[in-house]
Design a protein around this ligand. Structure first.
Ligand code: IPM
Ligand code: MN
Length: 353
């Protein structure tokens, strides 16, 4: 098929991991006879420096005109340490989510057997844990009415029925495709918005009789994820809870550098690693490119190109098995591979398959 990508490398380690993700996308396209084209666009701190806007109109237009967006990361410490900064790189990410209508953020939490020892949790708890967090991405406190003054501030956790219905539908549908277990995470004992979520979920559940649906308060879910991560199959939750729980989820697996994500909705879907821009590692050739590469796998799978996705996953697993790993997950005494070397190894694997 013909595939046009908007490539947004962003800040920090973004450009380095993007180079490897793109190389994998090219290798797979060549192997399977797809016509891949792509165009770069700026975002984040890079775009603030160049044009004063973290998600410029031109970048938005390119995203709208593409089949998919491959995104790396945004963020720069020069903004983090300045609470008075008028524009921040993260606003670019939020603008992209809102303008592309990316209401469903799919974050798989997958463990790799050869890396369970990297998890802060006991091996026997973590081994085999494999669930998906579906995070609502364009509503809630992130986008609700805000007020900020020196002695008063608030954010509004605003949700409408259609917003809740469409994300719950994604949750039920993912559960149908997987082990038919959906956990709706909320705080219905305290929050009105959560009560509406739960009410609508209870209304929808009978449409999916094969799915076992349970309801869990977010504090309890945070605990259960640590106590028994294998309990979960698909979890669906609002924007803020999803933000927090997916960072927790990434810890379970042992390395943030391994987790990809997909954001889908009304317009062009976006594929990106869940980790940030790690500015301290910029240019050092030490960042793990696997989350970006696995985001490319999710991209192909989104277009129902299953064999393409499977081959990328096979190559990633092979690299881990053969200890072709970046320093943070390398075994003791193992050779140190850089971002470029891991990417090149995976590209070679794909080409020679
Ligand atoms: C994420 C990030 C973003 C969020 C930040 C960078 C705005 O933490 O994608 O999880 O809070 O959504
Ligand atoms: Mn986050």
């Amino acid at each position: 098929m013909k595939l046009k990508l908007a490539v947004l490398p962003g800040d920090g380690i973004g450009p380095e991991i993007m180079e490897q993700g793109l190389a994998v996308a090219k290798a797979i396209s060549e192997k399977f006879g797809h016509e891949l084209s792509y165009e770069y666009a700026i975002c984040g701190a890079d775009a603030i420096d160049k044009v004063g806007d973290p998600f410029p109109e031109e970048t938005f237009q390119l995203c709208m005109d593409s089949d998919a967006v491959l995104f790396a990361s945004v963020g720069d410490p020069k903004f983090d340490n300045n609470p008075n900064a008028k524009v921040r790189p993260e606003q670019g990410l939020l603008a992209m989510r809102k303008k592309l209508g990316l209401f469903a953020n799919i974050r798989p939490v997958t463990t790799f057997d050869c890396l369970v020892h990297k998890s802060p949790l006991k091996d026997e708890l973590v081994r085999g844990a494999d669930f998906i967090c579906i995070r609502e991405l364009t509503g809630g406190m992130y986008f609700g009415e805000k007020f900020e003054s020196d002695d008063k501030a608030y954010d509004t956790n605003y949700y409408t029925r259609p917003e809740i219905e469409r994300i719950l539908k994604v949750g039920f549908e993912y559960a149908m495709k997987r082990n038919k277990h959906l956990t709706v995470v909320d705080k219905a004992n305290v929050l009105a918005s959560s009560r509406l979520w739960r009410k609508i979920a209870q209304e929808m559940a009978p449409q999916y009789p094969e799915v076992t649906t349970d309801y869990m308060y977010v504090d309890n879910a945070a605990m259960r994820m640590i106590q028994e991560p294998r309990f979960f199959d698909v979890m669906v939750t609002e924007n803020t809870f999803g933000d927090i729980l997916t960072d927790e989820g990434s810890c379970i697996t042992g390395s943030m550098g391994l987790l990809p994500s997909a954001s889908t909705g009304e317009h062009t879907p976006v594929f990106e690693p869940i980790h940030g821009s790690w500015p301290q590692a910029k240019g050092l050739n030490i960042a793990n490119p696997l989350a970006q590469i696995l985001s490319v796998a999710m991209l192909f799978e989104y277009f129902d190109l299953k064999a393409e996705g499977a081959l990328i996953r096979e190559a990633v697993n092979a690299s881990l098995d053969q200890n072709v790993r970046t320093p943070e997950i390398q075994v003791e005494g193992g050779a140190k591979y850089g971002t470029k070397e891991v990417g090149a190894w995976i590209v070679d694997y794909i080409k020679n398959k």
